[in-house]
Design a protein around this ligand. Structure first.
Ligand code: MN3
Length: 222
């Protein structure tokens, strides 16, 4: 009987593994590539433990539901009707997949001409936008994210949301397509910066991939 039970459990685990829908994409640079701004140990734990955990738990939360066949964006769009586990882990997965791509070891990337115009028209200057996003991150009490969003009318907006919530969720006050997100959970900076979130926010701007943010902007306003 024991043997049978073990076999059944192994089979279920194997089946679950095979049907796991969501996966992490490989980090597009080495863990130590952002050293000086974000340290290697933080990157490694963030990617292999925190972000990996959201994927595992998302796959568990959607197993056996119609969401197994949905895109992550689709799930986020009706997350108010789903469990807290779906909301937290779908958000966690989406947010981190975006986060890795909007960081880069490449120095001095710049927003495209089109994004620069939109930033200047909306915020006055790139520095003013950075200040606004940093403030949104600094003012977020507890864990969460600061977001640069392309809204439904194709305008830029800055917002901040708690936990793993994001602007694609139907519960978001400012809805739209996120093109840049700053993770202000302590796990994103605590090993290097401890309680000094503002120092992490300053350093974050050294490693932003403006090429990728621009690509996402141009995709969102198409
Ligand atoms: Mn995180």
């Amino acid at each position: 009987m024991k043997v049978l039970k073990l076999t059944a459990v192994s089979f279920l685990m194997a089946a679950q593994f095979v049907s796991a829908q969501f996966k992490q994409t490989p980090l597009p640079y080495a863990y130590n590539a952002l050293e000086g701004s974000i340290d290697a140990q933080t990157m490694e734990i963030h990617y292999t433990k925190h972000a990996a955990g959201y994927v595992t738990n998302l796959n568990k939360a959607v197993a056996g539901t119609p969401m197994e066949k949905e895109s992550i964006e689709k799930i986020l769009s009706h997350v108010s009707k789903e469990s807290q586990a779906v909301r937290n882990n779908a958000g966690g997965h989406y947010n981190h997949e975006l986060f890795w791509t909007i960081l880069t070891p490449e120095k001095n990337t710049q927003p495209s001409a089109k994004l620069t115009k939109a930033i200047n028209d909306t915020f006055g200057s790139l520095d003013a936008l950075k200040e606004k996003l940093s403030k949104a991150g600094a003012d977020r009490f507890g864990s969460g994210w600061a977001w640069l969003v392309v809204t439904g009318d194709k305008k830029l907006a800055v917002s901040s949301l708690p936990n793993q919530d994001n602007p694609l969720m139907d519960i978001s006050d400012i809805k739209g397509t996120p093109i840049l997100g700053i993770d202000v959970w302590e796990h994103a900076y605590y090993l290097k910066y401890q309680n000094k979130r503002a120092d992490y926010l300053n350093a974050f701007w050294n490693v932003v991939n403006w090429k990728e943010v621009s690509r996402r902007y141009e995709e969102a306003v198409k």
